[in-house]
Design a protein around this ligand. Sequence first.
Ligand SMILES: NC(=O)c1ccc[n+]([C@@H]2O[C@H](COP(=O)([O-])OP(=O)(O)OC[C@H]3O[C@@H](n4cnc5c(N)ncnc54)[C@H](O)[C@@H]3O)[C@@H](O)[C@H]2O)c1
Length: 391
Amino acid sequence: MTIVGGGMITHDQILPSFFQLQRLGLVEEIEVCARHDQTLQELAASKLLRAAFPGQGFRACAGEYQKTLARMQARNIVVIALPDHLHFEAVMSALEANQHALVVKPLVMRAAEGDRIEQEALRRGLFVGIEYHKRFDDRSLMARRKYRAGEFGEFRLGTACLMEKWYYRRSNFQNWCTAENSDAFTYIGCHYVDLVHFITGLWPVSVSVYGVKDHYPNSKEGFLWTDARVIWSNGACLNVQNSLSFPDEAPGTNTQGLTLYCSGRERGALIRHSDQYRGIEHVYVEKPATPGGTMYAEPSPDYFQYVDLGGVGLTPVGYGYRSIEYLFRCCLKVEKASDRQQAIREIDNEGIAATPANSRYNEQVIEAARRSILNDGRTVATQESVEQPRK
Ligand SMILES: NC(=O)c1ccc[n+]([C@@H]2O[C@H](COP(=O)([O-])OP(=O)(O)OC[C@H]3O[C@@H](n4cnc5c(N)ncnc54)[C@H](O)[C@@H]3O)[C@@H](O)[C@H]2O)c1
Protein backbone atom coordinates (compact mmCIF):
# COMPACT_ATOMS: atom_id res chain seq x y z
CA MET A 1 0.00 0.00 0.00
CA THR A 2 1.06 3.60 -0.55
CA ILE A 3 0.67 6.77 1.52
CA VAL A 4 0.80 10.01 -0.48
CA GLY A 5 2.03 12.91 1.70
CA GLY A 6 4.53 12.72 4.53
CA GLY A 7 3.37 15.54 6.83
CA MET A 8 1.97 15.76 10.33
CA ILE A 9 -1.06 13.49 9.96
CA THR A 10 1.04 10.80 8.28
CA HIS A 11 3.50 10.84 11.17
CA ASP A 12 0.93 11.13 13.96
CA GLN A 13 -1.73 8.67 12.84
CA ILE A 14 -1.63 7.12 9.38
CA LEU A 15 1.82 5.59 9.14
CA PRO A 16 1.82 4.13 12.68
CA SER A 17 -1.64 2.65 12.06
CA PHE A 18 -0.40 0.93 8.90
CA PHE A 19 2.75 -0.22 10.72
CA GLN A 20 0.41 -1.88 13.24
CA LEU A 21 -1.60 -3.54 10.46
CA GLN A 22 1.71 -4.69 8.99
CA ARG A 23 2.70 -6.12 12.38
CA LEU A 24 -0.61 -7.99 12.45
CA GLY A 25 0.24 -9.50 9.06
CA LEU A 26 -2.57 -7.66 7.22
CA VAL A 27 -0.34 -5.35 5.16
CA GLU A 28 2.79 -6.22 3.21
CA GLU A 29 4.98 -3.40 1.95
CA ILE A 30 4.32 0.25 2.88
CA GLU A 31 5.46 3.07 0.58
CA VAL A 32 5.37 6.77 1.42
CA CYS A 33 5.50 9.40 -1.36
CA ALA A 34 6.48 13.01 -0.78
CA ARG A 35 7.79 15.71 -3.05
CA HIS A 36 10.94 16.24 -1.01
CA ASP A 37 13.44 13.65 0.11
CA GLN A 38 13.94 15.54 3.36
CA THR A 39 10.30 14.96 4.39
CA LEU A 40 10.84 11.23 3.99
CA GLN A 41 14.15 11.25 5.83
CA GLU A 42 12.60 13.06 8.79
CA LEU A 43 9.72 10.60 8.87
CA ALA A 44 12.08 7.61 8.76
CA ALA A 45 14.17 9.12 11.56
CA SER A 46 11.18 9.67 13.93
CA LYS A 47 12.28 8.43 17.35
CA LEU A 48 8.71 7.65 18.35
CA LEU A 49 8.01 5.51 15.27
CA ARG A 50 11.32 3.70 15.66
CA ALA A 51 10.63 2.96 19.32
CA ALA A 52 7.10 1.74 18.59
CA PHE A 53 7.93 -0.32 15.50
CA PRO A 54 11.55 -1.48 15.70
CA GLY A 55 12.60 -3.40 12.59
CA GLN A 56 9.74 -1.98 10.51
CA GLY A 57 10.11 0.67 7.84
CA PHE A 58 8.68 2.07 4.63
CA ARG A 59 9.91 2.42 1.10
CA ALA A 60 10.56 6.12 0.44
CA CYS A 61 9.43 7.50 -2.94
CA ALA A 62 10.50 11.11 -3.43
CA GLY A 63 9.02 13.09 -6.31
CA GLU A 64 5.66 13.10 -8.06
CA TYR A 65 3.23 10.53 -6.66
CA GLN A 66 1.84 9.77 -10.15
CA LYS A 67 4.98 7.80 -10.96
CA THR A 68 4.57 5.62 -7.89
CA LEU A 69 0.87 5.03 -8.61
CA ALA A 70 1.69 4.02 -12.19
CA ARG A 71 3.91 1.14 -11.10
CA MET A 72 1.67 -0.13 -8.25
CA GLN A 73 -0.03 -3.48 -8.61
CA ALA A 74 -3.73 -2.93 -9.40
CA ARG A 75 -6.37 -3.07 -6.63
CA ASN A 76 -4.05 -2.20 -3.80
CA ILE A 77 -4.64 0.74 -1.37
CA VAL A 78 -3.59 4.40 -1.59
CA VAL A 79 -3.97 6.81 1.33
CA ILE A 80 -4.16 10.49 0.38
CA ALA A 81 -2.69 12.75 3.10
CA LEU A 82 -2.03 15.91 1.10
CA PRO A 83 -3.24 19.48 1.73
CA ASP A 84 -7.04 19.90 1.40
CA HIS A 85 -7.13 21.47 -2.07
CA LEU A 86 -5.01 18.72 -3.68
CA HIS A 87 -7.25 15.78 -2.70
CA PHE A 88 -9.43 15.66 -5.82
CA GLU A 89 -6.65 15.20 -8.33
CA ALA A 90 -4.88 12.70 -6.08
CA VAL A 91 -7.99 10.55 -5.48
CA MET A 92 -8.85 10.53 -9.19
CA SER A 93 -5.25 9.51 -9.98
CA ALA A 94 -5.50 6.67 -7.46
CA LEU A 95 -8.80 5.46 -8.96
CA GLU A 96 -7.42 5.67 -12.50
CA ALA A 97 -4.52 3.50 -11.29
CA ASN A 98 -7.18 1.02 -10.05
CA GLN A 99 -6.50 1.54 -6.37
CA HIS A 100 -8.85 1.68 -3.39
CA ALA A 101 -8.45 5.10 -1.77
CA LEU A 102 -8.60 6.35 1.80
CA VAL A 103 -8.59 10.14 2.08
CA VAL A 104 -8.03 12.41 5.06
CA LYS A 105 -10.92 14.82 5.57
CA PRO A 106 -12.20 16.92 3.85
CA LEU A 107 -12.63 14.68 0.80
CA VAL A 108 -12.73 17.53 -1.73
CA MET A 109 -13.68 21.19 -1.90
CA ARG A 110 -16.67 20.89 -4.28
CA ALA A 111 -19.76 18.68 -4.23
CA ALA A 112 -19.47 17.90 -7.96
CA GLU A 113 -15.94 16.56 -7.42
CA GLY A 114 -17.24 14.24 -4.71
CA ASP A 115 -19.93 12.98 -7.11
CA ARG A 116 -17.32 12.26 -9.79
CA ILE A 117 -15.23 10.30 -7.30
CA GLU A 118 -18.29 8.32 -6.20
CA GLN A 119 -19.22 7.37 -9.76
CA GLU A 120 -15.70 6.48 -10.83
CA ALA A 121 -15.09 4.33 -7.76
CA LEU A 122 -18.41 2.52 -8.13
CA ARG A 123 -17.79 1.88 -11.84
CA ARG A 124 -14.44 0.29 -11.03
CA GLY A 125 -15.64 -1.55 -7.90
CA LEU A 126 -13.16 0.37 -5.73
CA PHE A 127 -13.76 1.60 -2.17
CA VAL A 128 -13.24 5.25 -1.26
CA GLY A 129 -13.36 6.09 2.45
CA ILE A 130 -12.96 9.47 4.14
CA GLU A 131 -11.07 9.47 7.38
CA TYR A 132 -13.39 11.25 9.85
CA HIS A 133 -11.83 9.60 12.87
CA LYS A 134 -14.04 11.31 15.47
CA ARG A 135 -16.77 8.91 14.33
CA PHE A 136 -14.76 6.10 15.94
CA ASP A 137 -14.55 7.81 19.31
CA ASP A 138 -16.86 5.67 21.44
CA ARG A 139 -18.60 8.79 22.78
CA SER A 140 -19.77 9.59 19.23
CA LEU A 141 -21.00 6.05 18.70
CA MET A 142 -22.80 6.10 22.08
CA ALA A 143 -24.50 9.42 21.27
CA ARG A 144 -25.47 8.15 17.80
CA ARG A 145 -27.10 4.99 19.09
CA LYS A 146 -29.00 6.77 21.87
CA TYR A 147 -30.03 9.70 19.66
CA ARG A 148 -31.35 7.37 17.00
CA ALA A 149 -33.22 5.41 19.67
CA GLY A 150 -34.99 8.69 20.53
CA GLU A 151 -33.36 9.13 23.96
CA PHE A 152 -32.47 12.80 23.37
CA GLY A 153 -35.55 13.88 21.43
CA GLU A 154 -34.56 16.31 18.69
CA PHE A 155 -31.47 18.50 18.28
CA ARG A 156 -32.37 22.23 18.29
CA LEU A 157 -29.32 24.35 19.10
CA GLY A 158 -25.65 23.52 19.47
CA THR A 159 -22.11 24.80 19.77
CA ALA A 160 -18.82 23.20 18.79
CA CYS A 161 -15.27 24.42 18.77
CA LEU A 162 -11.85 23.14 17.77
CA MET A 163 -8.91 25.47 18.28
CA GLU A 164 -5.49 24.19 17.27
CA LYS A 165 -2.35 25.51 18.89
CA TRP A 166 -0.74 28.75 17.79
CA TYR A 167 2.51 27.01 16.71
CA TYR A 168 0.66 25.41 13.75
CA ARG A 169 1.18 28.76 12.07
CA ARG A 170 4.91 28.08 11.96
CA SER A 171 4.51 24.62 10.35
CA ASN A 172 4.03 23.64 6.69
CA PHE A 173 0.45 24.90 7.11
CA GLN A 174 1.61 28.40 6.18
CA ASN A 175 2.44 27.04 2.72
CA TRP A 176 -1.05 25.73 1.96
CA CYS A 177 -3.76 26.60 4.53
CA THR A 178 -3.92 30.10 3.05
CA ALA A 179 -7.00 32.22 2.34
CA GLU A 180 -7.33 31.17 -1.32
CA ASN A 181 -7.11 27.40 -0.55
CA SER A 182 -8.70 26.72 2.81
CA ASP A 183 -9.57 28.21 6.20
CA ALA A 184 -9.89 27.13 9.83
CA PHE A 185 -13.50 25.92 9.37
CA THR A 186 -12.73 23.87 6.24
CA TYR A 187 -9.65 22.39 7.89
CA ILE A 188 -11.11 21.39 11.27
CA GLY A 189 -14.72 22.61 11.57
CA CYS A 190 -15.84 19.93 9.15
CA HIS A 191 -15.28 17.30 11.88
CA TYR A 192 -18.14 18.64 13.96
CA VAL A 193 -20.50 19.16 11.03
CA ASP A 194 -19.86 15.54 10.15
CA LEU A 195 -20.45 14.43 13.76
CA VAL A 196 -23.78 16.24 14.05
CA HIS A 197 -25.05 14.37 10.99
CA PHE A 198 -23.43 11.13 12.19
CA ILE A 199 -25.23 11.40 15.54
CA THR A 200 -28.58 12.86 14.49
CA GLY A 201 -29.07 11.89 10.83
CA LEU A 202 -30.09 15.52 10.05
CA TRP A 203 -28.85 17.29 6.89
CA PRO A 204 -27.14 20.69 6.79
CA VAL A 205 -29.12 23.06 4.55
CA SER A 206 -27.27 26.38 4.76
CA VAL A 207 -23.99 27.78 6.01
CA SER A 208 -22.57 31.14 6.89
CA VAL A 209 -18.88 31.44 7.79
CA TYR A 210 -17.28 34.64 8.98
CA GLY A 211 -13.48 34.56 8.87
CA VAL A 212 -10.81 36.78 10.38
CA LYS A 213 -7.54 36.92 8.47
CA ASP A 214 -4.08 36.89 10.01
CA HIS A 215 -0.61 36.75 8.53
CA TYR A 216 1.50 33.61 8.85
CA PRO A 217 5.20 34.00 9.71
CA ASN A 218 5.98 33.73 5.96
CA SER A 219 3.60 36.72 5.50
CA LYS A 220 0.96 34.73 3.58
CA GLU A 221 -2.61 35.38 4.69
CA GLY A 222 -5.02 32.84 6.10
CA PHE A 223 -8.49 32.81 7.64
CA LEU A 224 -7.05 31.65 10.95
CA TRP A 225 -10.19 32.42 12.99
CA THR A 226 -13.64 31.36 11.80
CA ASP A 227 -17.18 31.49 13.16
CA ALA A 228 -19.70 29.34 11.31
CA ARG A 229 -23.45 28.98 11.59
CA VAL A 230 -24.88 25.79 10.11
CA ILE A 231 -28.67 25.41 9.76
CA TRP A 232 -30.07 21.85 9.67
CA SER A 233 -32.97 20.19 7.90
CA ASN A 234 -35.25 20.49 10.97
CA GLY A 235 -34.36 24.17 11.49
CA ALA A 236 -31.78 23.46 14.21
CA CYS A 237 -28.68 25.65 14.37
CA LEU A 238 -25.06 24.72 15.11
CA ASN A 239 -22.42 27.33 15.80
CA VAL A 240 -18.84 26.17 15.09
CA GLN A 241 -15.77 28.20 16.06
CA ASN A 242 -12.30 27.28 14.81
CA SER A 243 -8.87 28.83 14.89
CA LEU A 244 -5.14 28.31 15.01
CA SER A 245 -4.91 30.24 18.25
CA PHE A 246 -4.93 27.97 21.29
CA PRO A 247 -1.99 29.19 23.38
CA ASP A 248 1.14 27.06 23.05
CA GLU A 249 1.49 27.15 26.85
CA ALA A 250 -2.09 25.92 27.42
CA PRO A 251 -2.54 22.25 28.38
CA GLY A 252 -3.56 19.65 25.81
CA THR A 253 -2.77 19.59 22.10
CA ASN A 254 -5.86 21.73 21.35
CA THR A 255 -9.20 22.69 22.84
CA GLN A 256 -12.36 21.17 21.42
CA GLY A 257 -15.85 19.98 22.23
CA LEU A 258 -19.48 19.72 21.25
CA THR A 259 -22.75 20.60 23.01
CA LEU A 260 -26.13 19.74 21.50
CA TYR A 261 -29.24 21.11 23.21
CA CYS A 262 -32.25 18.98 22.34
CA SER A 263 -35.94 18.69 23.20
CA GLY A 264 -38.56 15.97 23.43
CA ARG A 265 -41.55 14.89 25.53
CA GLU A 266 -41.93 18.46 26.84
CA ARG A 267 -38.40 18.34 28.31
CA GLY A 268 -34.95 19.59 27.46
CA ALA A 269 -32.19 17.09 26.71
CA LEU A 270 -28.46 17.50 26.29
CA ILE A 271 -25.35 15.91 24.80
CA ARG A 272 -22.09 17.52 25.94
CA HIS A 273 -18.65 16.21 24.99
CA SER A 274 -15.42 17.69 26.31
CA ASP A 275 -13.17 16.37 23.56
CA GLN A 276 -10.02 17.91 24.95
CA TYR A 277 -10.12 17.41 28.72
CA ARG A 278 -10.64 13.72 29.25
CA GLY A 279 -9.92 13.54 32.95
CA ILE A 280 -6.13 13.22 32.89
CA GLU A 281 -3.72 15.73 34.42
CA HIS A 282 0.04 15.30 34.16
CA VAL A 283 2.84 17.51 35.46
CA TYR A 284 6.30 16.61 34.16
CA VAL A 285 9.68 17.42 35.66
CA GLU A 286 10.84 18.80 32.33
CA LYS A 287 9.06 20.46 29.41
CA PRO A 288 8.59 17.79 26.69
CA ALA A 289 10.55 18.48 23.49
CA THR A 290 7.51 17.75 21.30
CA PRO A 291 5.85 20.70 19.51
CA GLY A 292 3.40 22.41 21.85
CA GLY A 293 4.70 20.37 24.80
CA THR A 294 3.91 21.83 28.26
CA MET A 295 4.97 20.92 31.81
CA TYR A 296 1.31 20.75 32.89
CA ALA A 297 -0.57 18.64 30.35
CA GLU A 298 -4.03 17.18 29.86
CA PRO A 299 -3.31 14.33 27.44
CA SER A 300 -6.16 12.55 25.69
CA PRO A 301 -6.00 8.78 26.12
CA ASP A 302 -8.63 8.38 23.42
CA TYR A 303 -7.29 9.64 20.06
CA PHE A 304 -3.90 8.06 19.55
CA GLN A 305 -1.51 6.74 22.17
CA TYR A 306 1.24 4.16 22.29
CA VAL A 307 1.06 1.62 25.10
CA ASP A 308 3.34 -1.23 26.12
CA LEU A 309 1.28 -4.40 25.81
CA GLY A 310 4.32 -6.65 25.84
CA GLY A 311 5.92 -8.06 22.71
CA VAL A 312 8.04 -5.95 20.39
CA GLY A 313 7.85 -2.13 20.53
CA LEU A 314 4.65 -0.32 21.44
CA THR A 315 1.02 -0.78 20.39
CA PRO A 316 -1.04 2.13 19.03
CA VAL A 317 -4.46 2.47 20.66
CA GLY A 318 -7.38 4.86 20.29
CA TYR A 319 -9.94 5.96 17.76
CA GLY A 320 -7.26 7.23 15.38
CA TYR A 321 -6.03 3.68 14.95
CA ARG A 322 -9.52 2.14 14.99
CA SER A 323 -10.65 4.48 12.22
CA ILE A 324 -7.79 3.45 9.91
CA GLU A 325 -8.31 -0.23 10.66
CA TYR A 326 -12.05 0.07 9.96
CA LEU A 327 -11.50 1.77 6.60
CA PHE A 328 -8.78 -0.71 5.71
CA ARG A 329 -11.21 -3.57 6.40
CA CYS A 330 -13.79 -1.87 4.16
CA CYS A 331 -11.23 -2.03 1.31
CA LEU A 332 -10.72 -5.75 2.00
CA LYS A 333 -14.48 -6.36 2.13
CA VAL A 334 -15.04 -4.71 -1.25
CA GLU A 335 -12.01 -6.36 -2.81
CA LYS A 336 -13.11 -9.84 -1.73
CA ALA A 337 -16.82 -9.44 -2.55
CA SER A 338 -18.30 -11.34 -5.49
CA ASP A 339 -20.45 -8.27 -6.20
CA ARG A 340 -18.21 -5.30 -5.40
CA GLN A 341 -20.76 -2.62 -6.21
CA GLN A 342 -23.21 -4.21 -3.84
CA ALA A 343 -20.51 -4.34 -1.15
CA ILE A 344 -19.84 -0.60 -1.67
CA ARG A 345 -23.58 0.15 -1.42
CA GLU A 346 -23.82 -1.86 1.81
CA ILE A 347 -21.05 0.20 3.40
CA ASP A 348 -22.72 3.39 2.12
CA ASN A 349 -26.01 2.37 3.68
CA GLU A 350 -24.53 1.33 7.04
CA GLY A 351 -23.24 4.89 7.37
CA ILE A 352 -20.41 4.12 9.80
CA ALA A 353 -17.52 4.66 7.38
CA ALA A 354 -17.81 8.04 5.64
CA THR A 355 -17.99 7.53 1.88
CA PRO A 356 -18.53 9.94 -1.04
CA ALA A 357 -22.13 8.68 -1.32
CA ASN A 358 -23.17 8.82 2.33
CA SER A 359 -21.33 11.98 3.41
CA ARG A 360 -21.75 14.24 0.38
CA TYR A 361 -23.30 16.82 2.72
CA ASN A 362 -19.74 17.48 3.95
CA GLU A 363 -18.63 18.54 0.46
CA GLN A 364 -21.80 20.61 0.05
CA VAL A 365 -21.06 22.38 3.33
CA ILE A 366 -17.44 23.01 2.43
CA GLU A 367 -18.30 24.37 -1.00
CA ALA A 368 -20.94 26.66 0.53
CA ALA A 369 -18.59 27.64 3.37
CA ARG A 370 -15.82 28.68 0.97
CA ARG A 371 -18.27 30.81 -0.99
CA SER A 372 -19.55 32.33 2.26
CA ILE A 373 -16.18 33.13 3.81
CA LEU A 374 -14.98 34.79 0.60
CA ASN A 375 -18.15 36.95 0.69
CA ASP A 376 -17.97 38.27 4.26
CA GLY A 377 -20.08 35.51 5.79
CA ARG A 378 -23.08 35.65 3.48
CA THR A 379 -25.53 32.74 4.03
CA VAL A 380 -25.16 30.10 1.30
CA ALA A 381 -27.56 27.19 0.81
CA THR A 382 -26.11 23.71 0.41
CA GLN A 383 -27.46 21.78 -2.55
CA GLU A 384 -30.74 19.92 -2.19
CA SER A 385 -30.03 17.05 0.19
CA VAL A 386 -30.67 13.64 -1.25
CA GLU A 387 -32.72 11.46 1.09
CA GLN A 388 -30.51 8.63 2.21
CA PRO A 389 -31.30 5.57 4.28
CA ARG A 390 -31.30 6.08 8.04
CA LYS A 391 -30.59 3.37 10.52
N1 LIG B 1 -7.90 15.87 12.44
C1 LIG B 1 -7.72 15.43 11.19
O1 LIG B 1 -8.50 14.66 10.67
C2 LIG B 1 -6.55 15.94 10.46
C3 LIG B 1 -5.48 16.41 11.17
C4 LIG B 1 -4.42 16.92 10.45
C5 LIG B 1 -4.48 16.96 9.07
N2 LIG B 1 -5.55 16.49 8.40
C6 LIG B 1 -5.65 16.59 6.93
O2 LIG B 1 -4.52 15.95 6.37
C7 LIG B 1 -4.07 16.65 5.23
C8 LIG B 1 -2.59 16.94 5.37
O3 LIG B 1 -2.40 17.62 6.58
P1 LIG B 1 -1.05 17.56 7.41
O4 LIG B 1 -1.37 18.00 8.80
O5 LIG B 1 -0.34 16.25 7.26
O6 LIG B 1 -0.26 18.73 6.65
P2 LIG B 1 1.31 18.96 6.48
O7 LIG B 1 1.42 20.34 5.97
O8 LIG B 1 2.03 18.58 7.75
O9 LIG B 1 1.72 17.88 5.36
C9 LIG B 1 1.31 17.99 4.01
C10 LIG B 1 2.10 17.03 3.14
O10 LIG B 1 1.73 17.25 1.76
C11 LIG B 1 2.88 17.57 0.98
N3 LIG B 1 2.54 18.51 -0.09
C12 LIG B 1 2.30 18.15 -1.38
N4 LIG B 1 1.99 19.20 -2.12
C13 LIG B 1 1.99 20.28 -1.31
C14 LIG B 1 1.73 21.66 -1.51
N5 LIG B 1 1.40 22.16 -2.71
N6 LIG B 1 1.83 22.48 -0.44
C15 LIG B 1 2.17 22.00 0.78
N7 LIG B 1 2.41 20.68 1.02
C16 LIG B 1 2.34 19.84 0.00
C17 LIG B 1 3.90 18.10 2.00
O11 LIG B 1 5.20 17.92 1.53
C18 LIG B 1 3.61 17.21 3.20
O12 LIG B 1 4.21 15.94 3.02
C19 LIG B 1 -4.96 17.89 5.11
O13 LIG B 1 -6.01 17.62 4.18
C20 LIG B 1 -5.54 18.04 6.48
O14 LIG B 1 -6.82 18.69 6.48
C21 LIG B 1 -6.58 15.94 9.07
